[in-house]
Write a protein that binds this ligand. Sequence first.
Ligand code: UDP
Ligand code: MG
Length: 312
Amino acid sequence: MKQLQSISIVVPCYNEEGSLRRLAAQLQTSLESAGYSWNLILVDDGSRDDTARIITELAQQHAHIKGVLLSRNFGKESAMLAGLTYADGDATLIMDADMQHPPQLVPQLVEKMVETGADQVVAIRDRVGDSRFRSALARLYYKIANRLMEDVELIDGAGDFRLLSRRAVETLLALDERQRFSKGLFSWIGYPTETIRYANQASNRERSTWSFSSLLDYGMDGIMSFNAKPLRVVAVIGGIGFAIAFIYFIWVLVQWALNGVDAPGYITMIASVIGFGGIQLLALGVIGEYVGRIYREVKARPHFVVKDELGF
Ligand code: UDP
Ligand code: MG
């Protein structure tokens, strides 16, 4: 049994004018009836719509709602981190603003933490209603990612909707890397983790803020930020290519010694030039990707810039 005096709820918001009031009201209903003391930290991630104004209003009207306005759009990872630095509860819940993380579930998450004493309680969604293509792609990604990543295990559907204990939050904040891949970081910090399951919800927005290419970027980020295995993979590909070329070379040499035939020239040349050129470019690309990441880490810019703090 763990005592939880207070709960902070962190919500990164980017163009969420349509859902904030409803979200705040629903959280109020479900938390108040459960009798928890809580506060809500709404982080405006440089929205282009009325989100910032609505957050300001909410923060003025309700003592337990606070607002953090970032100076521009920094992306969900940074907005979440910003919220976590302001969270002061014994436990902190992270959730999306677009109603895909149902507020009714919050008391259940809290109860689970109280009951089990776990440091992380994760709500895992199913994929009902997702397109078949998207689910298949996700499955493939998780398979590849889990094979390539050391130290962490990603679970399909387990994302940012989770309740963290105070020390889990502290540990997360102590990880100072620039390119944050939360899904991996949550798993990396460890601690006893419990899960609950819930049904996939439709977003109240037409489209996700994620484009296909941003998802691809995010996926690559995930794999690259946890190890250097891709470097090893290209090294192995290069090694295999070299071994094949060497065997072929010996074979041609033996042919020449035995039969005196001309070495078969043109096709072989083209094939090897293209083959090795390709392997080299691939290897360079992978190395370049890591160099770029080192570059960003070394600059060590802050993750976000706060423009305004409301209600603190
Ligand atoms: N979000 C954010 N900054 C961004 C993009 C998204 O803070 O640049 C927030 C967004 O407001 C929402 C959450 O991150 O609360 C998840 O975004 P979205 O619903 O677009 O992602 P998905 O549900 O497709 O994962
Ligand atoms: Mg969403």
